[in-house]
Write a new protein. Sequence first.
Length: 382
Amino acid sequence: MTYQRRKYDDMSNNELRPAFHFTAKAGWINDPLGLTWKDGQYHLFYQYVPDRTTWASNCHWGHATSPDMIAWTEQGIAVAPGDGDDGVWSGSIVTAPDGAATMFYTSVTEPDIGIGTVRTATPDDASWNAWTKGAKMMSAPPELGVLAYRDPFVFRDGGQWRMFVGAGLEGGTAAAVSYSSPDLSRWTLDGIAAQRAGMSVKDYVIGGMDRGFKLKLFRALRTMDDAGFMPGITSAFRDDYRQSIASGNKAASDSSFHGGSRRGGYGHGLAIDIVSVNGQTRLQRFAASEQLWKWIDTHETELGVGRPYLDRDPPHLAPIDGREFAAKRGRTIVRKIGPDQATRRESIPRAQRLSQVRPARAMAGHPAMPPAVYAQSAPRGW
């Protein structure tokens, strides 16, 4: 395609190219990297194979700049293979408090390109058009059984620097290996920050939930759906999964995430985040979600699930007979239904309690169903 070889200072002016997406003048590109705002313009780096239009292991880091993230000017190759690298693969760029920038990338060598080595580079000048490679740093920790290792991502984490490196473990498990550093030079291996077994989303997320809560949740979701609220789960908390992904930490006694609290923890697999997906726009869906949350508050005693945090975490849902709910709103429930009813609530048959639910006015296209459907058993696998 000859148009690829034509020269354009502003690539968005080429009518044969997308107007709002960066493309190189020629070659194969992938993986946007190290997007940074500096000195009045954006710096974009990307995986780049300049001499072909298909992937090859000898990837480079290309570089482009833009004042507005729409009109891009290609600046050429920032880092190329050589000096011990058969390929310069994905990574990230960080800027220290003194303004000094450091690139962290994956150095790969043939033939074992699956397991890379983290290496650094620093810019030759303020343009960031050329970078000088530093020493190779960490490789895959042998004690962790790593079969694939690449793509370092570095960020500021409180008073230190944190690095996550993508990894594949024995048995098909995906993981993020965590390191910490005081100065971007000296790094300490902290272990596995997060991992996900090679199983389906249903088996991993829903399969790991507490079975009693899962059954309550199924019945509650059916009731919400029959009332026309179109509920959707945005997070299903399995053990310390949320904490591992969000912060790199396991559930701990001083964590406010699900699975841990300053009171010592609330158990595992006992919470979800729930919203309404009813609406064509985000504003409409948010308004529907607010209606759903208020409806849950009204019917929480019949549903067996409720919202422990009414003010600061509205989608969060947990069993009302669980420790988390008791710690945050237990006294409110006792005042609402009376201490005798609160004590005897679990002695009332489930079907009878659910038949007392008064669904909110059904939304268009979603008529409320007879209460009898609320008490049916959960399907196999839930």
